[in-house]
Design a protein around this ligand. Structure first.
Ligand code: ASP
Length: 334
């Protein structure tokens, strides 16, 4: 092999997904799975109108991502556009609907990762960016860094032309009331009792026609969090992870997801143990995260783009494209 051919082969190995094993369809259809946060969402917690609103928002976001993938677009585009749409909705704890910090502000975190190249970008603690997921992608593609925080992240995002909004843009009555309830519970020493008050986040994992998997996550964090607290969502390996055969986005109590490297653990177990991504995710959520007392869930795709949705909370806002290409959404546990 000439030097040039060897270099080309090495480049292809780095930039293209691993070949399908013998006997497997080398060009499976694209895949898409999304979440809008996990928490104690029981039947009866939502009015029928509220539930319909959540379902419609999840369906619309799925439709956006799926249209990109079906038209041959990249998994990165599908993840970014799907998440931007969820960030624009006041229903979810990301972008517009972000929760409040203890001192009544909104500090947003997001990350994105491209599985084949292992490139990744993230922002933490941003307060004026309308679409933190796009800032995360810009960090990945237009800076030499992976994670930018606070003022530096905002300045960078502005310098590449991303849209900013005044902090009031993130004010919603629902989240303000949640902060007041959380403060009251903390005063009574019962802060841990109601996850719905604290949790939420949005995420997407996509596999495109070229077999490339990408994953992304965006959040306002946890209600009543201390100013400056950074959760798992912008931490690669905790809130988001992707390689050439697996992609994960997490939602839940971020401190646990960081300490147990949840997103990376799912993909690593699947790879090292030779087990399916579903089995790996089940083990990590039920036994590793659950065993430690952590609450939350993950969405994931395997090498063939098959969706995985695992959580140890009562419910998780979620959506996926099933094997027949049909969009599905769900809110409560099975
Ligand atoms: N994981 C997010 C955080 O800890 C919150 C969530 O997913 O609900 O910031």
């Amino acid at each position: 092999m000439s030097r040039l051919t060897a270099a080309a082969a090495l480049l292809a190995a780095l930039l293209l997904p691993a070949a399908a094993p013998a006997g497997e369809d080398p060009t499976p259809p694209p895949g898409l799975v999304i979440h809008g946060g996990a928490g104690s969402i029981d039947r009866g917690d939502l009015t029928p109108e509220e539930e319909a609103e959540y379902r419609a928002a999840l369906e619309a976001a799925l439709a956006t991502g799926w249209a990109i993938l079906e038209a041959g677009g990249s998994s990165l585009d599908a993840v970014e556009k799907t998440i931007r749409q969820l960030e624009d909705s006041p229903l979810f704890n990301a972008g517009r609907g972000a929760v409040f910090t203890a001192d009544g502000r909104n500090e947003l975190d997001a990350s994105i990762m491209d599985g084949v190249s292992r490139r990744a970008g993230a922002v933490a603690g941003v307060t004026t960016l309308k679409h933190p997921i796009s800032a995360a992608r810009a960090v990945m593609e237009r800076s030499k860094h992976v994670l930018l925080a606070g003022d530096g992240a905002e300045e960078f995002a502005r310098s590449v032309g991303l849209e900013t909004v005044p902090p009031e843009y993130f004010w919603t009555e629902k989240r303000w009331k949640a902060l007041e309830r959380a403060r009251e519970r903390e005063r009574l020493g019962r802060a841990e009792e109601d996850e719905t008050l604290y949790l939420g986040t949005v995420g997407a994992v996509a596999r495109d026609r070229a077999g490339r998997i990408a994953a992304g996550t965006s959040t306002g964090g946890m209600t009543n969090k201390r100013h400056g607290r950074v959760g798992d969502s912008p931490i690669i390996g905790a809130g988001t992870y992707a390689d050439d055969g697996c992609g994960v986005s997490s939602t839940g109590h971020g401190e646990y997801f960081i300490r147990y490297s949840v997103a990376h653990d799912v993909c690593a177990r699947s790879r090292y143990l030779g087990i399916g991504v579903r089995e790996a995710a089940r083990e990590v959520i039920a036994n590793v995260l659950g065993g430690a007392g952590g609450k939350g869930g993950v969405i994931a795709l395997d090498r063939r783009g098959r969706p995985v949705l695992e959580f140890n909370t009562a419910g998780m806002y979620r959506g996926w494209i099933d094997e027949g290409g049909k969009p599905r959404v769900a809110v409560y546990g099975e």
